[in-house]
Design a protein around this ligand. Structure first.
Ligand SMILES: Cc1cc2nc3c(=O)[nH]c(=O)nc-3n(C[C@H](O)[C@H](O)[C@H](O)COP(=O)(O)O)c2cc1C
Length: 178
């Protein structure tokens, strides 16, 4: 069983989750921009990680660009978010706006709680967040957008790790690297 983890994030949360997964499953890890087509072709299982910004998965464009290679592959997709994972309807709309429908039905999806450290953000992200907070009616959501949060824990990945292990049946092998 050969596999790869491909990810796209901005401030390190998605990378941290992807790194934990790599250590647990011994799969090759590639930022989306460095992932080669042949690595996808060689993989029986593809784990895709992305954070969510303004209602979209950062990796959405990459998914569209690679749809032909991803078609008919077993895909586990984890999305890192600030929205509480209990808000399933809202999270589903994020998916539908970013993942091509024909890929979405072959993905097993997991939402993982994220981290936001306001002082580390670019000025555009600070501005976007302030605008988002102004438009948000719920006081709790508004406060966490401005004050930040850190809900990142390795055990958030337990279900994902177990499902991949079950799918692989045996210990997964990394795909060839250049
Ligand atoms: C400008 C901005 C917009 C965001 N928009 C969303 C959003 O629409 N929905 C959501 O659930 N989380 C949103 N988040 C939270 C991020 O998904 C969260 O901070 C995540 O941990 C970032 O992961 P990364 O460091 O791998 O990029 C936003 C964060 C920022 C800074």
């Amino acid at each position: 069983m050969k596999g790869i983890i491909v990810y796209k994030g901005k401030y390190g949360t998605t990378h941290q989750y992807a790194g934990w997964l790599r250590n647990e499953l011994d799969l090759h890890l590639a930022p989306a921009e460095n992932c080669k087509k042949y690595q996808l072709e060689l993989s029986d299982v593809i784990v895709i990680g992305s954070s969510i910004y303004t209602g979209k998965l950062l990796i959405g464009k990459w998914l569209k660009n690679n749809i032909d290679t991803l078609r008919n592959k077993k895909i586990f997709l984890f999305a890192v978010c600030g929205t509480p994972v209990s808000e399933t309807k809202k999270l589903q709309t994020y998916l539908e706006s970013s993942v091509p429908a024909e890929l979405l039905h072959q993905c097993k999806v997991y939402f993982l709680p994220g981290r936001l450290v306001y002082k580390n953000l670019s000025w555009t992200d600070k501005l976007l967040l302030r605008m988002g907070a102004m438009l948000t009616k719920e006081p709790e959501a508004k406060n966490s957008m401005l004050a930040g949060y850190d809900n990142v824990k390795e055990e958030n990945m337990d279900e994902l790790v177990n499902d991949i292990k079950t799918f692989a049946g045996i210990k997964a092998e990394p795909v060839l690297q250049e």
